[in-house]
Ligand binder design. Structure first.
Ligand SMILES: CC(C)(COP(=O)(O)OP(=O)(O)OC[C@H]1O[C@@H](n2cnc3c(N)ncnc32)[C@H](O)[C@@H]1OP(=O)(O)O)[C@@H](O)C(=O)NCCC(=O)NCCS
Length: 170
């Protein structure tokens, strides 16, 4: 298997993760988002078959969107003179594994790969956290991969904002 960045001339083959929105993003929005420079997509392929994909974009986590104790914990990661109202993040915009490859630890492997790739990019644009708006059904998956909830404000919504501290990558 190999992980490749989506390019404008990449020939997309069949992909079905069981979620129409995520399937459609790959076919309809991934290349325009690349062209518009608002999200970069990466594809995990196996002998020409698309096994999984994710996309990344820049974001921030700010005091306003978080209630109480979690922000205190974030703030405590920084010395007093670096305690700002927001910190830079990389957001996982989309993340999906093909139905044919589900439950084989591919998602877990890909999250670990994504973390180490981002960590290696330390010399480029700085960020401290990885965030994701997790589907409720995928929350246990992200928890198993070290992500924690950022706020309780979104408990009744259909996605939950979760984050991971990139300094945790060994
Ligand atoms: C969520 C998803 C990416 C997980 O990928 P995967 O390759 O099947 O996951 P893994 O095999 O690495 O699973 C790792 C662990 O998470 C658990 N897990 C995975 N998906 C889960 C789900 N939907 N609900 C509960 N637990 C889940 C697995 O049981 C496994 O736990 P275990 O190690 O104790 O057995 C995949 O199911 C998927 O693409 N789903 C549809 C799209 C989606 O929800 N994407 C996330 C958008 S935010």
């Amino acid at each position: 298997m190999r992980l490749v960045p989506l390019t404008s001339d990449y020939e997309l083959t069949v992909f079905d993760c069981g979620d129409d929105q995520l399937n459609n993003f790959l076919y309809e929005d991934a290349k325009p988002s690349l062209e518009l420079r608002i999200a970069n997509t990466f594809i995990l392929e196996d002998n020409g078959q698309i096994v999984a994909y994710f996309c990344l974009l820049n974001d921030k986590v700010s005091k306003e969107e978080i209630i109480g104790s979690r922000w205190k914990k974030i703030k405590n990661n920084f010395p007093r003179d670096k305690q700002f109202c927001s910190y830079p993040t990389v957001k996982i915009g989309r993340f999906a594994v093909s139905k044919d490859y589900r439950g084989q630890n591919i998602g877990t492997w890909l999250v670990a790969k994504l973390k180490s790739l981002l960590r290696e990019e330390g010399s480029r644009s700085a960020f401290r956290y990885i965030t994701v708006d997790a589907y409720l059904s995928a929350v246990p998956f992200y928890e198993k991969n070290g992500f924690v909830h950022l706020t309780k404000k979104d408990e009744d919504e259909h996605t939950r904002l979760m984050f991971y501290d990139i300094k945790e990558v060994g």
